[in-house]
Structure formats: structure tokens, C-alpha cells
Design a protein. Structure first.
Lengths: 119, 244, 495
């Protein structure tokens, strides 16, 4: 029964798996850029999860040009949330990259282990 | 050893998430809580109440416009943060590898970029202005325009690119998105309505819709311009190599 | 046109628009940025003061943005906890006045306008965070305040500042992402994003797995934001290395938004008596709080750097607040919420005094600050008042809230925690007595060339120290103000 439910919610399973792959990258990789790519993978997985909640079987894109009002539409609210979420993710990445540029200019390395030793 | 412990704990977390995911409402079911509680009003009455055919843009700018105002402030904060850490490029002494390398870009790339760039910018303007009847919107178009400028800088070099958009112009335009939101929001104060109301009372119905669409367009252009300039400025800050 | 009706949204829009105008102003004249930022925050303080009085008289206030009723639109919901907006705005005003002389010496000249922009953005984010009634809006404003906080830690430009900021950024970004995940999980089973609507619909659910895991993720993420043990590792470096006015904002205000987030989540879930009557959550909160108190106080004792000591003291006091929330009794909850506001006031006082000392002497280590009580008498007097407050000696404000938390522990019949609170207070007394000892009762080692701090620094410090005493004497009023919120939170859900 649980397995059937998981098959129907396959998007969510993929999102959960990607979340944990990203978390693994953040925790295990020692290069700072790779840590941040792990964070980006986690962010993408959360976006996938949110947008998947909005899909309706047989639904069309929610644009009311030339379609009758009785047709079924995909849920537009998660898409609006994710537009904001993507911008927030990009902003965090921009800030992190700026910090990494500065750290590289100062210390010559982006390896977390070596940086800890330099403190 | 540490890696093994991390793997075990992450695997346990994964099993928990799988149980959670199995309990969530099935995907695609029109009777889900997400599709039945709040959304039917957006779909049924969105066009007449809020003025746009693209329901996603209606939600983003009209029903949940305050969130979008927060979002443009987030991107503005990112710009200020990058400037606080890296500082603006100095127009006299900054250059990039393309300027310093003795090899000029090949004729093929040169010509193709010069031909395609106006088309990309026109496409981004189309996405910004047409965002209320087709997928798109202010932010999407702004990003496309910024991407075209980044391609130009990568191919032709830093100095060419900086001359086209001077710092003072960029500084003025970067703030345009939060300021556009503030202006549109305060207009509704004069009609005794709450902040960010688009359907203003006391006007005939056609004029009301026209005004609402005009305000939405103003916001879209503001967001698009602001987003494009912010990304370009962030790129310029990050790309510079100073002359010693 | 009555502008007072629109105050709930203006309290957020004024600092937001002000921050957007500051770079334009910097193009025209760089020196004007500080005055403009002061004017914007002064206006925000006045507006939030009006709002606090209105909530006191009329009860909670609701404002619908765009005219759309919730849950279709976003609402601003001001309850007694949102009076924190006044605390945020007034403390930030004093911090900006203090910053004028400090950043002229500490930062490069071309970074000063962007410093003021980021501080005003931070204030806008915090005020937007505490006044909103919509969950996703909470997330957006949390990102505004977090991003500006990361940048302000690194603005000094030293190597360790950037690394501390990076560690803070990494942990903060992961926790923000987990909060987004929890919001997504709750949205998928509830279908709404408005906090009060969520609280109603949550009680009608059949399966508790999804909200339960969402609650766990929320708690862990807000523990990172509030620097609760064991997720506090980003705090000592970030707060000690940042410029002193920024340390004041971070330790005094930004970590408190984590606590406000926890309180908002608890009021959505109605954990005292609804479907989620979780004694285990209170258990975890109490233990984590108690361990934070001891660990914070213990590490603070061995620090030589004055700002590190204050940063570890923040961890200890956050432990007090979490313990008060976990005790699930009215007095404990009132004491801990009032302690959120009081500790903000005290910590800002202490960090600004430390900042004045560092600005004038250039020394941060206690061993180099001997005899400073005689050289900078007014600053050290204010710092001594702050120290008395944080130890909890009457008639300062720190005494009142800690007393209420101890009363709450006794009321909940958890005497072990009452004992922990008293042991924590003794440890705190230990290390702060060290400061007073060094400041007043030792002779300076070398020739001293410094004297009292400049006026623009002394005035904020003086106002803050006087407020500590006043709020201690008139402590009844904040407690009475918060009581309706605490009782609402603890009220059992039922027909």
C-alpha cells in the first residue's frame, strides 16, 4: 500500500532523494564551490516538490486566452511561490560566490580543511 | 568513518522523508486540499477581479503582490551585499582576461553575437511586456536581458561593456523595482484603499480595468529593468581584475 | 485620507523604500546617508510606537493587503508579539546614531553608504518578519534579514570576517531551505498559507505524519537561526568579528527573530491541547535550553576577548528563553517573551559599550583593558548597569524576567530546571564580575592616551542604560502587555 502511494507520488520521491544527495554534498565535499552546488541541488529539489503539488491531471496552463472557463487548470499558486523561491536561491548563491571570490583572493585556496587550518 | 556515519544518518532521514511523502495527498488529484481551498477563486474570478489573463502573473503581482515586493527587495539586498563584500569595479583600472589576452575573438563569434544580441534584447522586452497574457513577466525578461549583456562582456571584453552602461546610470536604475512597488502601492492610499490595490473605486468599469493593467505593466517594467541592472552590476563586480 | 489606518503596512514600507533610496542619495552626497538612515528609522519608530499603543488599547489588528481577504491575499496581523517592531526600530535607531563615529574609523569610505543601506534593509526585514500573518511572506522577509546579516558580518573586510560570514551563510541557507520545505509540506496537506487559517485547518487533519515532520524541521531550522545548542557554532565567530554596532544588531535582534519564528510555529500548531499535545517537544525544548545556559556560561568564563564573551553570553540567554518556552506554564512563557525584549535591550547596551571601548582604545582583550573604569567612567558606568541587568539583580529589567522564568519552573513542578537557572545565574555572575574587577580594581599596565568616548556614542549608550533601569522599576507594564498573548498560546484547543 505504501509502495503504491510512493509510485503515485513519484515526483515527491525524486525530490526527497535529490534533497538528501544535496545534503550529502554539503556535508562531505571539502571544496567550497562543491558545497554550494550541493545547496543548489537541495533548493532545486524543494522547488520540484512545491511545483508538483500543483499539477492536476488533464489540466491546462492557467492562461485564460481563448479557453472556456469550464476546462480544468493546473494550480497557479505553487508556480507563483516558486518564482519568488528561485530569486531567493539565486540571491543567496550570488552572495556566497562573492564571499568565495574574496576568500580565494586572500587565502589562495578553496578547500575547507585547509581553510580551517589557516584560521 | 565519519563519512560512514553521515551516510547512515542521511539514509535514516531518507526513510523518514519517504514515509512523509507517502502520506502526502496524491499528485494530480483535483480534489486535493491545495486545489480546492484557495485556488478556485483565483481561476474563476481572476480575470475580472484582477485584470490579467495569465493567472500566475495575477497572483504574483495582484493577490500576492506583497511577496513580490519582498522578492525584489531580496535581489536588491543581494546586490548591496555583493557590493559590500567586493566593492564596485573601478572604471579606470578594471579589466578582464579578454582585454588582456593578445588573441582577439574570432570573426565568427564576433559577427554572430552582433547579429543575435539585438534579437535577444527584443525577446526580453517581449517577455516583459507580454507577461500578462502569456507565460513570462517582469523578472523573467529582466534576466534574459542581463544574460545578453553578460554574453557581450564575455566575448568583447570588460572595457567595451563598461562604457556602454556607466555606473551612475546603473545605480539609479537598480533601485527602480522597490521604488516602483512603493509608488503603485501609495497610489491606492489616495483612493482610500489598502496598499497595493489595483482595482480602484469610483471609476467606470472599463477605465478601472485599463488603469489596473497599466499599473501592472508599470510594475513589470520596473521589475524587469531593476532585475536586469542588478544582475549586470553583480556580474561586473565579480568579474573585474584590478590593475596593480 | 487617514494615514493612520495604513500604519500596519507603512511600518514595513518606510524602511524598505528608504533603503532603496539610499544608493541614489549616495550618488549625490555620501555624507548624507547617515542622516537619511536616521530619519527613516526615526519615522519607523514613531509609526511602530503608534501601532503598539493601538494593539494595547484595541487588541490585535489585521490589515489586508490589496483589499483581498485572507486566505486569498496576504494579511498583516499585529498581535502583542508584533509590538517587537517598536523594540526593533528604537534599538536600531540608537545603533545607527552610534555607528556614525564607529564606521568612519573602522570601514573604508566607499563602503559607508552601502553599510547604512544594509542596516536599514535588515531592520525592514525584521519588522516585516514580526508583523506578517502569512507563512510564505515570513520566509521572504526572513531571507531579507538573513542576507543583509551575512553581508554585514563580512563588511569589515578582514580574512576571518569573511570566513565567519561564510560559515554563518552556509548554516543559515540550509536552515532557510528546510523552512521552505516545511512550508511546502504544510501547504500540500492544508491548502492555505495564512497562519490563522492553517491553525484552524490543522485540527481537522486525519493523518499526523506530514505536519509532525514539518514541525520537527521547523524546530531544527529555527534552532539554527536562534543559535540554540547544538546548532550554535556559527554564532561566536560571526558576532565577535563583526563591527560592534553590527554585533549589537545581530546578538540583540536578529537571533531573536528565530525565537519569534518558534513562537509563531507553536501558535500555528496549538501544541498545548490540540491534536499535537506534545509533552516530548516541551521536554526537548527544556533540556536543550538548560544545556545552552550551562554551555554558554561555561565557555564565556574562559574567554579573553570581550566580544567573544558577550557572544557566548547571548547563547546562554537564548537558552533561558528556550527553557522558559519549554516549561509550558504561563509565568514561564511570559517571562521568556519579555526576556526576548529585555535581553535585546541589555545586549545592545553591552555591545555598544564594548564598541565604544574598542573604538577608543583599540584593544579587545580583557588583559589589556585594566583600569579602564577610571579612564572612561561614563561608558563603564553604563556597562556596569548592563552587567547588573544581565546577571539579574534588582531593580534592573533582567531580574524581572528571570524571576518569572524561575516562577514558571516552580509552577510546572520542574525543580531541576529552577536549580539550573540559578546555577546559570551564578556562572554569569562569575564572568561578569571578572569584567568589573578588571575595569575598576586593576591598574593599567602601560601609558594610557585615551579618554572618554565621543558624544554621539555616549548618548545612545546613556539612553539604553537608563532604559534598563526604568524597565526594571516599571517592569509590571511589559508583563501585563504580553500576558494576553501567552494565555492565548497556552489555551487548550476545544469547542
Amino acid at each position: 500500500m505504501t509502495f503504491q502511494k510512493l509510485l503515485v507520488n513519484f515526483n515527491y520521491v525524486v525530490a526527497a532523494t535529490l534533497f538528501l544527495i544535496g545534503l550529502y554534498c554539503v556535508m562531505v565535499k571539502s571544496n567550497l564551490i562543491k558545497k554550494f552546488m550541493g545547496l543548489n541541488i537541495m533548493e532545486t529539489s524543494v522547488f520540484l516538490l512545491v511545483v508538483s503539488t500543483g499539477w492536476v491531471r488533464g489540466g491546462k496552463a492557467p492562461i485564460m486566452v481563448g479557453v472556456s472557463e469550464k476546462a480544468s487548470f493546473v494550480n497557479p499558486l505553487p508556480q507563483a511561490l516558486i518564482l519568488t523561491g528561485i530569486v531567493v536561491a539565486v540571491s543567496t548563491t550570488a552572495l556566497a560566490l562573492a564571499l568565495m571570490i574574496k576568500i580565494y583572493e586572500r587565502c589562495g585556496t578553496l578547500d575547507a580543511e585547509k581553510l580551517k587550518g589557516m584560521e | 568513518m565519519k563519512r560512514f556515519l553521515i551516510l547512515i544518518s542521511l539514509a535514516a532521514f531518507w526513510i523518514v522523508l519517504l514515509f512523509v511523502v507517502a502520506e502526502m495527498p496524491p499528485i494530480g488529484d483535483p480534489a486535493n486540499p491545495t486545489n480546492t481551498h484557495v485556488v478556485p477563486r483565483y481561476l474563476k474570478r481572476g480575470v475580472e477581479e484582477a485584470g490579467c489573463e495569465n493567472i500566475v502573473t495575477t497572483i504574483v503581482l495582484n493577490y500576492r503582490g506583497y511577496d513580490t515586493m519582498g522578492e525584489v527587495t531580496v535581489i536588491f539586498t543581494a546586490l548591496c551585499s555583493v557590493l559590500a563584500i567586493l566593492g564596485r569595479e573601478k572604471s579606470k583600472t578594471s579589466y578582464s582576461e579578454v582585454d588582456a589576452s593578445p588573441v582577439k575573438p574570432s570573426v565568427i563569434i564576433h559577427t554572430i553575437i552582433l547579429l543575435i544580441l539585438p534579437l535577444i534584447i527584443m525577446f526580453s522586452l517581449y517577455v516583459i511586456l507580454h507577461g500578462d497574457v502569456s507565460p513570462g513577466g517582469g523578472f523573467q525578461g529582466g534576466t534574459i536581458a542581463a544574460a545578453s549583456l553578460i554574453v557581450f562582456t564575455l566575448v568583447f571584453g570588460y572595457l567595451h561593456s563598461l562604457n556602454r552602461i556607466p555606473v551612475r546610470l546603473r545605480t539609479s536604475v537598480e533601485s527602480s523595482a522597490p521604488i516602483a512597488f512603493t509608488i503603485v502601492g501609495i497610489i491606492s492610499f489616495f483612493y482610500h484603499r489598502n496598499f497595493l490595490t489595483f482595482m480602484l473605486p469610483g471609476l467606470s468599469s472599463n477605465y478601472q480595468h485599463l488603469l489596473a493593467r497599466g499599473l501592472l505593466l508599470f510594475l513589470e517594467v520596473g521589475i524587469g529593468l531593476g532585475g536586469a541592472t542588478i544582475f549586470t552590476s553583480i556580474f561586473y563586480s565579480m568579474k573585474r581584475m584590478e590593475q596593480k | 485620507m487617514s494615514i493612520v489606518r495604513h500604519f500596519p503596512i507603512l511600518v514595513v514600507v518606510v524602511p524598505l523604500a528608504g533603503a532603496a533610496f539610499t544608493p541614489l542619495l549616495a550618488l549625490w552626497r555620501k555624507k548624507a546617508c547617515m542622516l537619511f538612515a536616521t530619519a527613516v528609522i526615526l519615522l519607523t519608530t514613531v509609526i511602530s510606537g503608534f501601532l503598539m499603543v493601538r494593539v494595547l488599547i484595541d487588541g490585535p489588528v489585521s490589515y489586508h493587503l490589496g483589499g483581498w481577504p485572507p486566505p486569498w491575499g496576504i494579511e498583516i496581523f499585529l498581535d502583542q508579539l508584533s509590538a517587537g517592531a517598536f523594540v526593533i526600530a528604537s534599538l536600531s535607531l540608537l545603533i545607527i546614531i552610534f555607528s556614525k563615529r564607529y564606521v568612519e574609523k573602522a570601514l573604508e569610505e566607499n563602503k559607508i553608504p552601502v553599510y547604512y543601506t544594509l542596516v536599514v534593509l535588515n531592520v525592514a526585514g525584521m519588522i516585516g518578519f514580526v508583523v506578517t500573518g502569512d507563512m510564505f511572506n515570513l520566509f521572504v522577509f526572513m531571507e531579507i534579514l538573513s542576507l543583509s546579516a551575512y553581508a554585514l558580518v563580512a563588511i569589515g573586510g578582514e580574512k576571518i570576517a569573511e570566513m565567519a560570514s561564510f560559515k554563518y551563510l552556509l548554516m543559515g541557507a540550509i536552515s532557510s531551505l528546510c523552512i521552505l520545505l516545511s512550508i511546502a509540506l504544510l501547504y500540500s496537506v492544508l491548502g492555505t498559507l495564512n497562519m490563522r487559517d492553517m491553525a484552524v485547518r490543522l485540527q481537522e487533519l486525519s493523518s499526523l505524519t506530514v505536519p509532525g515532520v514539518a514541525l520537527a524541521l521547523f524546530m531544527v531550522s529555527f534552532f539554527v537561526k536562534a543559535a540554540v545548542f547544538p546548532l550554535h557554532v556559527w554564532l561566536p565567530d560571526a558576532h565577535a568579528i563583526a563591527p560592534s554596532p553590527i554585533s549589537a544588531i545581530l546578538s540583540g535582534l536578529v537571533v531573536k527573530t528565530g525565537i519569534v519564528g518558534i513562537l509563531r510555529v507553536l501558535s500555528i500548531y496549538r501544541i498545548y491541547g490540540g491534536l499535537f499535545d506534545l509533552a516530548s517537544l516541551n521536554f526537548i525544548l527544556s533540556w536543550v535550553g538548560a544545556i545552552s545556559i550551562i554551555i554558554g556560561a561555561f565557555f564565556a568564563f574562559f574567554q579573553n576577548d570581550i566580544k567573544m564573551m558577550l557572544a557566548y553570553s547571548t547563547i546562554s540567554n537564548i537558552g533561558y528563553i528556550i527553557l522558559g518556552i519549554g516549561l509550558a506554564s504561563t509565568n514561564g512563557l511570559i517571562g521568556s517573551i519579555v526576556h526576548v525584549f529585555n535581553h535585546a535591550l541589555i545586549k545592545v547596551t553591552l555591545f555598544l559599550c564594548a564598541g565604544a571601548i574598542i573604538h577608543k582604545t583599540g584593544h579587545r582583550n580583557l588583559s589589556e583593558l585594566r583600569g579602564i573604569g577610571r579612564r572612561m567612567p561614563l561608558t563603564m558606568a553604563a556597562m556596569s548597569i548592563g552587567i547588573l541587568s544581565i546577571v539579574g539583580i534588582p531593580p534592573t529589567n533582567g531580574f524581572v524576567c528571570k524571576w518569572y522564568i524561575v516562577l514558571g519552573a516552580i509552577q510546572a513542578r520542574k525543580f531541576f530546571f529552577a536549580a539550573t537557572l540559578l546555577i546559570g545565574a551564578l556562572l554569569i555572575l562569575g564572568y561578569y564580575a571578572k569584567i568589573i574587577n578588571i575595569a575598576y580594581f586593576r591598574e593599567p599596565e602601560e601609558e594610557v592616551t585615551y579618554d572618554e568616548a565621543p558624544f554621539s556614542m555616549l548618548i545612545p549608550i546613556g539612553i539604553l542604560a537608563a532604559s534598563c533601569l526604568l524597565l526594571g522599576i516599571f517592569a509590571f507594564y511589559p508583563l501585563k502587555f504580553i500576558r494576553p498573548f501567552a494565555e492565548e498560546l497556552l489555551r487548550p484547543w476545544g469547542p
